[in-house]
Design a protein around this ligand. Structure first.
Ligand code: ADP
Ligand code: MG
Length: 140
């Protein structure tokens, strides 16, 4: 197992529902180390840049509207096997399919409004962390 970093976002629906604390509590209780954190309100263009990998999907317009509809909290997390462990804690993209105890099962309201993002691979984690954080903002 390697010590990894991953990028997570509490999406606008999570901030709106006042579950920032619940999400951070879950990270801390599972020994994820927060190495960078900030609150942002993305522009449409910034949301499109972040989700560029999905630009050909039919939900791209709606997803990027949603992601710039309100405040978000962006964090870089560090842990052994962080990428896979965060995905497990998040649960399935569609909350109807998410396992009990996962963050999406608890808080998500639809396949789009699913409260949290997590990187899906080491390459995407590196891109996504550098999209939001400069070197001096990551406290290793
Ligand atoms: P994940 O966030 O689980 O990695 P994807 O990378 O497949 O999921 O999709 C990115 C985000 O796009 C999802 O978290 C969700 O907000 C939205 N999304 C995914 N699939 C759909 C869909 N079929 N309809 C609407 N929004 C979707
Ligand atoms: Mg994804």
């Amino acid at each position: 197992m390697a010590l990894e970093r991953t990028l997570t976002i509490i999406k606008p629906d999570g901030v709106e529902q006042n579950v920032i604390g619940d999400v951070i509590r879950a990270f801390e209780s599972q020994s994820f180390r927060i190495v960078a954190m900030k609150m942002l309100h993305l522009s449409k263009q910034q949301a499109e840049g972040f989700y560029a990998v999905h630009r050909d999907k039919k939900f791209f317009g709606s997803l990027t509207d949603f992601m710039c509809s309100g405040r978000i909290v962006v964090m870089a997390l560090e842990a052994e096997n962080a990428i896979e462990r965060l995905r497990t804690l998040m649960g399935a993209t569609n909350p109807a399919e998410a396992q009990p105890g996962t963050l999406r099962k608890q808080f998500a309201t639809s396949i789009e409004r699913n409260i949290i993002h997590g990187s899906d691979a080491p390459e995407t984690a590196a891109f996504e962390i550098s999209y939001f954080f400069g070197k001096m903002e990551i406290v290793g």
